[in-house]
Design a binder for this molecule. Structure first.
Ligand code: SF4
Ligand code: SF4
Length: 87
């Protein structure tokens, strides 16, 4: 299980700044920092602490099992972001 960032994300980096395991990307030091339309959570690293949910100003973060139907595919979108960047 993991948390997932969905469509409403406005990339304000609030969640990335407080995540205790640094599993939210891109980071401000990453190459694609300027082009980020949203952030993504690495499901292999997330420890499901829920801290990011509380700081998100637009309610864009959900536990994967609680994703609204219309945003279910964001679990795959988040995972594939890290597959692409690690390839
Ligand atoms: S639930 Fe916790 S570990 Fe997972 S992304 Fe959010 S802050 Fe990071
Ligand atoms: S706190 Fe919410 S809006 Fe801000 S970067 Fe994280 S998911 Fe996106």
């Amino acid at each position: 299980m993991a948390h997932v960032i969905a469509a409403p994300c406005v990339a304000d980096y609030s969640c990335a700044e407080i995540c205790p395991v640094n599993c939210i990307s891109p980071r401000t030091s990453d190459e694609d920092f300027d082009g980020a339309e949203q952030l993504y959570i690495n499901p292999d690293v997330c420890i499901d602490c829920g801290a990011c949910v509380e700081v998100c100003p637009v309610l864009a973060i959900f536990e994967v099992g609680c994703l609204p139907e219309k945003w279910r595919h964001y679990a795959r979108v988040n995972r594939e972001y890290f597959r692409a960047t690690e390839a």
